[in-house]
Design a protein around this ligand. Structure first.
Ligand code: NAP
Length: 270
């Protein structure tokens, strides 16, 4: 893996699963990071595995816009520069459909998976976009800066959004959760179209079944779901998803692998 020492990244949902695996891959490649989740002790333990100052911790609810502001600020405070990589990963599942899921969990899921994701996408877009001149007000200054960045292999600017296969293919068994990922799917593609002209990449990663804490925190009935996972084994690991993210963000700044749908080989559906 090439060095990513010119990347300064924010990762939400980094205390477990995909976010944790990605934190390790990025930190090992030399990136400087700000990691977020609600469980501070787990974040601190992860950060302690790297040289002092390389991985900063901002504990808090990613659904709260104040946490989003703290994340952006922490990059400047801890690393002396703004983020050029933002991974919108914090999220949770929910067992059941619109008719049989627990309505008391709807709001929290929507707040984490959609509203919080939107706040982070919005602030990330503003921050990353402003790192080169605005082509609308000074096209030649933008062109020169963009050419210099591409020619010198300068750091790309990435917003990576974690969607899901159930955000592209309808699953009646988890339709409430799936609806949040359909939202994220359309938001990510819309943001990609909005930011492409500024040279900012917005990438959607859509995993199938990944064995993480996700299944349990979503409240899946693990006897039945465990049997299903075994029947299509091996299901994906968090490392599989992290590897895909590392692939896309490591492309030269002028190349964009904008959407990766990744399933266990034996997962037919969704
Ligand atoms: N696993 C799958 O099969 C699968 C498939 C497709 C997509 N995904 C998506 O992948 C992403 C990561 O999931 P995962 O599989 O890695 O699950 P996970 O192991 O349960 O990890 C979820 C992470 O998000 C954090 N988190 C949850 N709610 C949060 C909040 N309100 N504020 C801040 N952090 C929060 C959790 O930490 P704390 O509890 O410490 O806050 C944890 O670090 C999610 O967006 C999920 O929807 C997962």
């Amino acid at each position: 893996m090439a060095s990513l020492s010119d990347r300064v990244g924010i990762i939400t949902g980094a205390s477990a699963g995909i976010g944790e695996a990605l934190t390790h891959d990025l930190a090992r490649a030399g990136a400087r990071l700000v990691i977020n989740a609600r469980r501070e002790a787990r974040l601190a333990e992860i950060a302690s595995q790297y040289p002092a100052g390389q991985v900063a911790v901002v504990a808090g609810d990613a659904g709260d816009p104040k946490t989003v502001t703290r994340l952006l600020d922490a990059c400047k405070e801890a690393h002396g520069q703004e983020a050029n990589l933002v991974v919108v990963n914090a999220g949770r599942g929910l067992r059941g459909s619109v008719t049989d899921s627990n309505t008391e969990e709807w709001d929290e899921m929507i707040r984490t998976n959609i509203t919080g994701a939107c706040h982070l996408m919005r602030e990330a877009a503003r921050t990353l976009r402003a790192q080169l001149p605005d082509p609308a007000s000074d096209a030649s200054a933008f062109d020169a800066a963009w050419k210099r960045l591409v020619d010198t292999g300068g750091p790309a600017r990435d917003i990576v959004v974690i969607g899901s296969t159930v955000g592209r293919h309808i699953s009646p068994f988890s339709s409430m959760y799936g609806s949040t990922k359909f939202a994220v799917n359309s938001l990510a593609e819309a943001l990609r179209r909005e930011l492409a002209k500024f040279g900012v990449r917005v990438t959607l990663i859509e995993p199938g079944i990944v064995r993480t804490e996700f299944q349990e925190s979503a409240g899946y009935e693990m006897d039945g779901f465990g049997k299903f996972m075994n029947s299509i084994s091996p299901v994906l690991t968090a490392q599989d998803i992290s590897r895909s993210i590392m692939f896309t963000i490591s492309q030269p700044a002028g190349v964009h692998v904008s959407d990766i749908l990744i399933r266990p080989t034996r997962q037919e559906y969704p």
